[in-house]
Design a protein around this ligand. Sequence first.
Ligand code: SF4
Length: 420
Amino acid sequence: MSSLEARLKSLMTLAQDDRDSATDRPLPPRLRHTDDVGALRPLNIRNLRVGGGRRRLLRILMTNACSYNCHYCPMRRDRNLPRTLLKPEELVRIFVGALARDWCDGLFLTTGIPGRPVKVMDDLITALEIIRERHRFAGYIHVKIVPGAEPSQIERITALATRVSVNLEAPCGATLSEIAPEKNLDVALAALEQARVQITRNREELRAGRPKDPLHPGGIAGMTMQFVVGATADSDDAILRRVSGIYAGGGMHHSQFSAFRPISETPLADTPATPALREHRLYQADHLLREYGFAPEEVVFDASGNLPLMHDPKTAWALAHPDRFPVEVRTATADDLARVPGIGPLSARRIVLERGGTVYRGLADLGRIGVVTSRAAGFITLNGRRLQDHRWTEQLGFWAPEEQAGAYHGLYEVSPGTFR
Ligand code: SF4
């Protein structure tokens, strides 16, 4: 048994209440299948990058039972799967036990929806209240808002969490209903909007001097939203238009994209998997919108409205705008430098700050301040001199854009993006 397996097993024993452990009685039925459900078992420890640092989050799936029947999901109602459910007190015992052993420093809490969303939200809120108010845990907690919750529940859970998120799944109500018959995009957007307004108000009050309350951070880390990519006919253009429309209101941190995987015994079992590269390109385009000052209409799409797979979105933009290149390193603005493939906003600012007193002789000097010179070389000049005749993108012809080197083409039992 790996050390992770051993730790997860040990954590599950914490879920039993003291009376059960003392008498060595078998686990109650809802906990009996915790080892049988692979990646859908209730626990999962992951190192995640959060803000500037790294966090070890204990990811807890409160239940893999669900009364919804989403066509892409391994936890859907009609699929034969051992089901497990943690009560709020059990979930808290596991998390507090993991904290005490220094196996994690934060919590990611998600859930299936067995029965009414309002009841599921009550359980999530109860768990967070015990963690914050009884155990005085002031660290990072990310929790899912279940669409269909009462406004007062959304307000309460947002107040208790560091980050809240909503799974939108698709950018359009009509396509969402094709793959998730019980879900309603307007309901999910209304939940997101309520939390978003609360988070922006909370941030404004903090900026105005209201003291921080670490036990009620109020979603201060910003929200996320989640899309399943490729399960519907929605293009990347449609997804990014939805994303940028929501970003414009503030309070958001980033979006999450999960490439669709066909799951056995689901209505989409015969639908081809979405290339992982498409998911990656969406993350890159999302980054351009949030970090590089790109306007949504500047993102380059192919004739079908998708991001080109062959080039990352920044390179695709650069190749579509030959009039903007080459950029002269000695005189360009930080914004123009940040448009060069291989130069990020930090390197661009550093070049502008330092170039008055620094002599850049060539690519090696630029590499030392963080420029990815193999990508940037064909798009820049230094003192009027071209550093490379060809652009790196023109040298690479290893595989056709639609190919995925080493990709697994098969049917999945669970999707890598399920525990989300
Ligand atoms: S996506 Fe969520 S709501 Fe839909 S079946 Fe899966 S767990 Fe249930």
